[in-house]
Design a protein around this ligand. Structure first.
Ligand code: OXD
Ligand code: MN
Length: 593
């Protein structure tokens, strides 16, 4: 055991509920030692030193990348594994047809069996963390017990970790219990199990981000969505951003896109030259917790404190603020390692290095057939590094949301942007969202799959009831956000993208904001309200002729016939639980088409 680790850690907490749960887990896993993380700078340094000593992390070039480290995960452990992810509720119907369900009793027994003695000779870290700004009524406490130093150091970036969480918890028993054991990373013993009735998560056999950083997908989405339904709020897979106009008007929007559809890029967008004087502020890039405020509007907080972003494709053009955010205090996972102790990935600003080590640690040259960085390689960066972090990200009241945006990666069928007629139509748009699959989850890439509200892998309960909850939320708000649908990824007959995307998405955002504020025109179509050429700012985009714009916004009846049949597949699957309003919305769409 490292010298440096011996001096760190808090005194065990005095909260009796926390104390007895930690003792229970320690009795089960039998670690050599327990460290209670306090979140301090001294602790951080000791943990990094130990991680380097143990070979968990490689220290990167500290002149070029101060405070940055590098990690390679096990090659079989590089993405979320939905087939090993379970919702364990007493009644199967509560998990619903789109989740893997397991009987909580036998599943707990099996997991505790796997965890038994698994930390022998190792350190058990107790990681208390606060999701959301201190003092916010929307924030919640979680505690993760883990034997992975990598997890501790990532959690430290992704959440407000240590003392601040214990202070928020006080003597309360209301915290998410997360037990994480690496075991030997054998995929056969990989289980990510949620027990929403107990506000508990047990994850074994994986060290990868979404499976192991239990505050993120497990607590902040799956468990929180369950809590939100019971308590009248929403936990959504959404970025939150604020747009500031040159005269200082600020408008906040939240947007749901499936994994790897550019949420982080959109959240950190830099307006193009055409929008001189406009600013886009980031509140969050992945998760939004939202609750109606006393003013009748929907208020959102970002429960996280960092970005766990996809590295490949990130560069100064696609996401300059992300590039600035990862210059210091960042952990890089499964990217390529250059001989000078810096990092590289496909789509980096720098040209491919003449030689480097790939994400598996093998020598790589530009002639190699394999990619240097894994397509789902990541950076974990503190949000405070983002030069455009919204000051409101720390506001305990959250930010008032004027627009909700749904979107997916669709090469055809779906126009660049349109607006729902009203809330329930907007819920229908979210419920029927589709997108091409990506590398964020293990499995085939490039097939359209239905991903309602981008929550299919993250909803901790029955999807039909989730839609019901969305519809019911309308009644709790005097001024509900307007709902929009976007698709940055439409292509023409030659396969060329019709829309430039990235910073130019500001034009779409501007139309959305002007619609919310009653300033922009639109035309009513079968799909919803769409901008006409004259409603939309196309100045300075010479390639976007009126004909191209029409192609970008076109509704092709044959494509829509196919689309509705595909949408039906999900609806059939959950038909028994589907709110009638959504069936009516489908009928109305068919009638309009
Ligand atoms: C993520 C994901 O890691 O959605 O954010 O997969
Ligand atoms: Mn995500």
């Amino acid at each position: 055991m490292s010298q440096t680790l011996s001096s760190i850690g808090l005194q065990p907490a005095t909260n009796p509920h926390l104390l007895s749960w930690v003792q229970e887990c320690a009795a089960l896993t039998q670690p050599e030692r327990i460290i209670w993380c306090d979140g301090s700078q001294e602790e951080c340094e000791a943990l990094y030193a130990a991680a380097v000593e143990q070979g968990v992390l490689i220290r990167l070039n500290q002149e070029k990348l101060p405070g940055c480290y590098y990690h390679r995960s096990h090659p079989s452990d590089v993405a979320r594994v939905e087939q090993c992810t379970y919702i364990c509720t007493s009644a199967e119907v509560d998990a619903g047809p789109t989740n893997n369900w397991a009987d909580p009793g036998p599943m707990r027994e099996k997991l505790l069996g796997l965890a038994r003695g698994s930390m022998r000779g190792r350190i058990l870290y107790v990681v208390p963390y606060l999701m959301g700004p201190p003092g916010s009524p929307l924030s919640r406490v979680g505690v993760e017990i883990t034997d992975s130093l990598y997890v501790v150091l990532n959690m430290r970036i992704m959440a407000r970790m240590g003392r601040v969480a214990l202070e928020a918890l006080g003597d309360s028993n209301d915290f998410n219990r997360g037990l994480h054991c690496l075991l030997n990373l054998d995929p056969a013993n990989r289980f990510i199990c949620h027990f929403p009735e107990r506000n508990e998560v047990i994850s074994v056999g994986s060290g990868y981000g979404g499976n192991a950083l239990l505050g993120k997908k497990c607590f902040a989405l799956r468990i929180a969505s369950w809590l939100g339904r019971q308590e009248g709020w929403m936990a959504e897979h959404m970025l939150i951003l604020g747009v500031e106009s040159p005269d200082g008007e600020k408008t906040f929007v939240a947007a749901a896109f499936p994994s790897q559809c550019g949420k982080t890029n959109f959240a950190m967008m830099v307006p193009p030259a055409r929008f001189a004087g406009w600013k886009v502020w980031t509140v969050g890039d992945d998760i939004a917790w939202m609750k109606p405020g006393p003013d009748g509007r929907l208020h959102a907080i970002n429960p996280e404190a960092g970005y766990f972003g996809v590295a490949p494709g990130t560069n100064a053009r696609t996401n300059p603020n992300a590039m600035r955010s990862i210059q210091r205090d960042t952990i890089f996972t499964n990217v390529a390692l250059k001989p000078d102790g810096t990092v590289w990935w496909e789509g980096h600003d720098d040209p491919p290095p003449a030689e480097c080590l790939d994400w598996k640690g093998q020598p790589w040259t530009p002639g190699s057939k394999e990619k240097a960085a894994h397509p789902n390689s990541r950076f974990t960066a503190p949000m405070r590094n983002n030069p455009m972090l919204a000051p409101e990200a720390e506001d305990p009241r959250g930010v008032p949301i004027d627009a909700l945006i749904f979107g997916g990666r669709r090469p055809n069928t779906v126009p660049l942007v349109f607006q729902a007629f009203h809330w329930s139509h907007g819920v229908f748009l979210g419920a029927t969202m589709g997108s091409e699959t990506t590398a964020a989850a293990a499995g085939a890439v490039g097939q359209v799959r239905r991903d309602p509200m981008a929550m299919l892998p993250f909803c901790g309960y029955n999807m039909g009831r989730y839609f019901r909850h969305w519809l019911d939320m309308r009644k709790r708000m005097k001024y509900p956000p307007r709902i929009f649908h976007v698709n940055w990824f439409r292509r023409d007959g030659n396969g060329t993208f019709l829309w430039p995307g990235y910073g130019e998405n500001m034009r779409v955002l501007r139309w959305i904001i002007d619609r919310c504020r009653g300033r922009a025109g639109a035309c009513e179509t079968a799909l919803g309200w769409v901008p006409r050429w004259e409603d939309f700012d196309t100045a300075g985009l010479p390639d976007l002729t009126p004909a191209r714009f029409e192609e970008l916004q076109a509704m092709n009846p044959d494509e829509w016939r196919r689309e509705i049949l595909q949408q039906d597949e999900l609806f059939m699957n959950i038909y028994q639980f589907l709110p009638k309003e959504l069936i009516f919305q489908r009928e109305l769409l068919v009638a309009r088409l």
